[in-house]
Design a protein around this ligand. Structure first.
Ligand code: FES
Length: 116
């Protein structure tokens, strides 16, 4: 399986504990990137409780304390670094992580390509 990099955004667009950047993953699925404690983290934008998007307003993934990612529907709180749900109806489950890298002022998604 080959890998390729897809440009998501410029590094400066992803502000520490600020708004996340959404990007398409499939026809009806999105992913998102956030910056937390300097590092970039990416997840599929689907709650581990019910598969709905997390952000209460487009790109708003952090709770008021800016320490957790929060689901707008029933309030599940996720650790931004691991994606594990630490509070809420899906406690112990986790968001699906995505591979993101930051290089030369840009953030890329690492995608796997299947060859048939
Ligand atoms: S759908 Fe996210 S907490 Fe219920």
């Amino acid at each position: 399986m080959a890998e390729r990099e897809r440009l998501i955004c410029n590094s400066h667009e992803l502000v520490e504990q600020g708004a996340g950047i959404r990007f398409p993953l499939g026809e009806s699925i999105t992913g998102f990137a956030v910056r937390y404690k300097g590092n970039v983290h990416g997840y599929v934008n689907q709650c581990a409780h019910v598969p709905v998007e997390l952000d209460w307003q487009e790109g708003e993934f952090f709770d008021l304390t800016r320490q957790y990612l929060i689901c707008a529907t029933h309030g599940a709180h996720y650790n931004p670094q691991t994606g594990y749900c630490v509070l809420g109806p899906c406690k112990g489950r986790r968001l699906q992580p995505l591979s993101l890298i930051e290089r030369d002022g840009c953030i890329y998604l690492i995608e796997s390509e299947r060859h048939s």
